[in-house]
Write a protein that binds this ligand. Structure first.
Ligand code: ADP
Length: 493
């Protein structure tokens, strides 16, 4: 199977289980282009039976994959990276029609993905453990890192292509096998296209399985993940609301979870910030992918002495962003994922305006496109400014401050703890604030969205736990203690 997406002639997709493209008599559901509503695919609507087959395939493939020589694994990962690069243009097209991603965003994801594949290719050669000194004469103790077994992953629709790699590639690189349940909103760019790439690269059957499902039918598949003894970890990327439901299930099943959830991601502009650089960084950080990424900035705190100049410059830059069909390479702002997303942002903008906020730009929608919107003078009780819940769209709140410490406390007053940025020419002032931020990530003089394949991205508090990159070794391996005694033991009885 090859996923090629032509407008007007929908692809029919199947599950990928045990190295086979199989629909297992599943009914199908429509995947639509959020820009124009056209059906881009009829995807297989799987459930319990397919999930059970996928988990069984991953469990059967596990021993051989875990034991595979590091050089063999490396060869497969490097080949997959080359395939990703070769398919660049097709992937851009797929992400545009299935998820509304601009070329800027899809190319960013593709580059990150092949970089991560190339880095992960070498991880099989990392030291496998340590030798520990024992107090018992004649005893040798070793600690070895072992894979967990089967890791089940929920992959999201937003940064679908990159975040799907992140969900299953890290477990695979450490010797686990995987089952993926892509978001029903983007089953191709959140999993099926990866199956094509890994199949072509020659990954053994069963190491990577994908089961797709219709809207509202996720639980039949995720129940199988929690019930199966072979599944040792659930790797979830999505909302904290769903994570709480799944976390309760994980508690009952005593399963390890890795969670990549939302964020509020404040930026603080100190009085010595480079204003032009800050305008560029904030435009990118707030509006990449129409504000539908967990690391997008939602609120900017600006020293009052530079507030007006910053707001004027930012507004002008944001107004210049081209809006429209993301298949046009010049377009930066495409559609939101669905009507619900448009409603949410619109309600929150209207709520703020009704309370007296100032609309600097935006505030209108056309179909699923919502104009990039900037609000200032937002009263503290408006939903979009409280930090209690992220508005997953192109809405940015800007607030002037007179005192950095007050602004810093306000920026911290959110249940989320993913990313934050500080813009300043004074490194030590930046580092002083950075050290105190209760987030998984802090950037000085860069946007809150500043991913690189090697950086350990992840959150604290309601943004989840677990890290990407090499540090994911903590999430996807266990330590095994082995002792060998060469002298008779001394026992108290
Ligand atoms: P988003 O709104 O970004 O899709 P969600 O947290 O709602 O984020 O969903 C993330 C993933 O979790 C999706 O793939 C969805 O299919 C799945 N999901 C949502 N609700 C449930 C549930 N009750 N049980 C299992 N999976 C769910």
């Amino acid at each position: 199977m090859t996923i090629t997406v032509e407008q007007g002639s929908a692809t029919v997709t199947t599950h990928f289980i045990n190295g086979e493209w199989t629909d297992a008599e599943s009914p199908t559901f429509a995947v639509t282009n959020p820009f124009n509503g056209e059906v881009v695919a009829e995807a297989a609507a799987g459930g319990r039976r397919e999930a059970e087959a996928a988990v069984a395939a991953a469990a059967a493939a596990y021993p051989a994959w875990a034991a595979l020589a590091p050089g063999e694994r490396q060869r497969l990962f490097l080949k997959a990276a080359d395939i990703v690069d070769r398919r660049h243009e097709e992937l851009v097209e797929l992400m545009a029609v299935e998820g509304g991603a601009s070329r800027a965003f899809s190319s960013f994801q593709i580059r990150l993905s092949s970089a991560m594949l190339r880095q992960a290719a070498g991880w099989g050669y990392l030291p496998a453990g340590d030798v520990i000194r024992s107090d018992i004469p004649g005893r040798t103790a070793t600690v070895t890192r072992k894979p967990l077994g089967v890791v089940a992953g929920f992959t999201p629709w937003n940064g679908a292509f990159y975040l799907a790699w992140r969900t299953f590639l890290l477990p695979l690189a450490f010797g686990n096998t995987t089952v993926i349940k892509p978001s029903e909103l983007a089953p191709m760019s959140a999993g099926l296209v990866h199956a094509e790439i890994l199949e072509e690269a020659g990954f053994p059957a069963g190491t990577f399985n994908v089961v797709t499902h219709a809207p509202g039918e996720a639980a039949a598949i995720s129940d199988v993940f929690f019930e199966s003894p072979a599944v040792r970890c659930i790797n979830f990327t999505g909302s904290d609301k769903t994570a709480r439901i799944l976390g309760a299930q994980a508690g009952r099943a005593l399963k390890r979870m890795v969670l990549e959830l939302g964020g509020f991601n404040p930026v603080i502009l100190l009085d010595d910030a480079d204003i032009d650089e800050s305008i560029k960084a904030v435009t990118f950080g707030a509006f990449l992918h129409q504000g539908q990424v967990c690391m997008n900035s939602r609120k900017i705190y600006v020293d009052r002495s530079i507030h007006d100049e910053f707001v004027a410059g930012l507004t002008a830059r944001v107004k210049s962003l081209k809006i429209g069909d993301p298949r046009d390479p010049e377009v930066i702002i495409g559609p939101l994922i669905n009507e619900r997303a448009v409603q949410q942002i619109d309600e929150r903008v209207q709520d703020a305006l009704n309370r007296g906020a100032t609309l600097e730009t935006g505030g209108h929608s056309d179909g699923l496109i919502y104009e990039p919107t900037i609000l200032t003078h937002v009263p503290a009780d408006a939903i979009c400014t409280t930090g209690a819940d992220e508005t997953f769209g192109p809405l940015l709140v800007i607030e002037a401050f007179d005192d950095v410490e007050t602004a810093f406390r306000a920026a911290q007053d959110t249940p989320y703890g993913l990313s934050a940025s500080i813009m300043t020419r004074d490194r030590s002032r930046g580092l002083d604030l950075a050290e105190r931020f209760d987030t998984g990530i802090v950037h000085i003089n860069a946007p809150t969205m500043a991913s690189e394949a090697a950086l350990p991205v992840g959150g604290v508090k309601d943004s989840g736990w677990g890290r990407s990159g090499l540090y994911a070794i903590e999430d996807f391996t266990e330590l095994r203690l082995t002792t060998v005694s060469s002298k008779p033991g001394r026992y108290p009885f």
